[in-house]
Ligand binder design. Structure first.
Ligand SMILES: Nc1ncnc2c1ncn2[C@@H]1O[C@H](COP(=O)(O)OP(=O)(O)OP(=O)(O)O)[C@@H](O)[C@H]1O
Ligand SMILES: [Mg+2]
Length: 389
């Protein structure tokens, strides 16, 4: 990989104001968001990393355990493992989706209606039933943070999406839902007067109607009508905010970092997501191929003493490592290395395929580490690959 490619992430951190880590489930989005934030803070940025559901150990290492839906500064002494005093400041927060929806309602609903909305038994159902609502509220938080604080850089982790498309579509879906004629119909004066009939259930079956179908009975319907009415003044807010979110995502000061594993199916998804981002004219900063198996050192290149020591260990009956094999210890070592090399070759082929499909977007490789990445030392190690530092 060329030098120019390897400095792609450094350029992003230097030039962008918003970085979004996106990709399929479990590929390393949260880890990458934390690693980018750490690097930026060490290099002088005031940066906030907004994580979603980080592994407990990672949350611990960033001091996030006790905190709710607000950002907190990671104490500089927690960053000691980096080996140099950070020139900037690292803030982190764990996004609580329920709290974020509550905050959103609190901020935008008319004062006299807030309690009615938040206390409604439909509120909880609806906010979770809404397809894409998680993604939407994550992006809401992004807009809020960018408007209300003076960070140099915001790094947003995104929720595990069943399908990458959900993420891009989230603002539209929320809008479609609230702008839906069927919903508007239900807010008609007849409904206001409480004359709601069961014909409501004749509406074409979508997720909204499916949610409705859980509730039956006239009283419940009237209560629902009241709830929807209390939400009505928020339609315009949703519309405006969704437009803002889209604008922010597409701004030249934003960048998507698309994370993937070398698994062929995940690579397919990443390529598809990359195509969608491009179609939507979204700023794509880089693709990160994470957890790449590294080619092992050939046995023939290893010091003879090391091989002898390993072979002795494998053949020593007291270790229990040598029983039940027909191959010699040396051959077994060769075979293990051969297998590891095959894995590395397969991963490399996927990276080549990914790079070809996503060109000219730079594709960066991060190796698979022996253990999970859950502390500052691990994130910093990862940064060395991500930023070539
Ligand atoms: N390069 C790596 N080497 C080894 N382990 C890694 C690497 N990158 C990430 N991990 C580990 O993989 C696991 C999944 O990573 P992470 O939680 O960041 O993924 P995610 O994309 O955020 O997942 P989700 O979609 O569930 O939110 C974590 O335990 C993390 O420590
Ligand atoms: Mg995650």
């Amino acid at each position: 990989m060329s030098e120019a490619r390897e400095s792609a992430m450094r350029r992003l951190v230097a030039e962008k104001r918003v970085i979004l880590c996106v990709g399929s489930g479990g590929v390393g989005k949260t880890t990458m968001a934390a690693a980018i934030g750490l690097y930026a803070a060490v290099h002088g940025k005031k940066v906030v990393v907004c994580t979603i559901d980080p592994a407990r150990r990672l949350a611990n290492s960033l001091g996030l355990t006790e905190l709710g839906n607000v950002e907190t500064r990671v104490p500089p002494d927690k960053l000691a493992a980096v080996g140099q005093a950070p020139k900037g400041e690292l803030y982190a927060m764990m996004l609580d989706l329920k709290r974020s929806w509550d905050d959103f309602i609190l901020r935008h609903a008319p004062v006299e209606r807030r309690d009615a909305i938040l206390n409604s038994r439909f509120y909880q159902q609806l906010s979770s039933a809404l397809v894409g609502s998680q993604e939407y509220v994550a992006m809401e938080k992004l807009v809020e943070l960018s408007e209300s604080r003076d960070y140099d850089l915001l790094v947003l982790d995104t929720p595990p999406t069943a399908h990458a498309l959900d993420f891009l579509d989230a603002p539209n879906r929320v809008l479609d839902f609230f702008g839906d004629d069927k919903v508007r119909f239900m807010l008609s004066p007849a409904l206001r007067a409480g004359q709601v009939g069961l014909k409501m259930f004749n509406l074409a079956g979508g997720y909204f109607v499916k949610t409705l179908a859980r509730f039956t009975g006239m009283e419940v319907l009237q209560e629902l009508a009241a709830f929807l009415l209390s939400l009505a003044p928020m339609y315009d807010v949703f519309k405006e905010r969704a437009a803002q979110v889209k604008k922010m995502l597409g701004a030249p000061t934003s960048a998507f970092v698309l994370v993937t594993s070398p698994n062929p199916l995940t690579v397919d998804e990443a390529i598809y997501f990359h195509t969608l981002l491009r179609q939507d004219a979204m700023p794509i900063g880089a693709v990160v191929a994470n957890r790449i198996n590294q080619a092992p050192q050939r046995l023939s290149q290893a010091p003879a003493a090391t091989i002898d020591a390993l072979a002795r260990l494998l053949e020593d009956p007291s270790t229990g490592l040598g029983t039940g094999f027909s191959m010699s210890a040396h051959d077994r070592l060769e075979k293990a290395l051969g297998d590891a090399e095959t894995l590395a070759d397969l991963d490399e082929a996927e990276v080549v395929r990914l790079a070809a499909a996503c060109a000219p977007t730079p594709v960066l490789k991060v190796p698979r580490f022996d253990s999970d990445v859950y502390d500052v030392a691990g994130l910093w190690e990862l940064d060395k690959h991500l930023f070539d530092s």
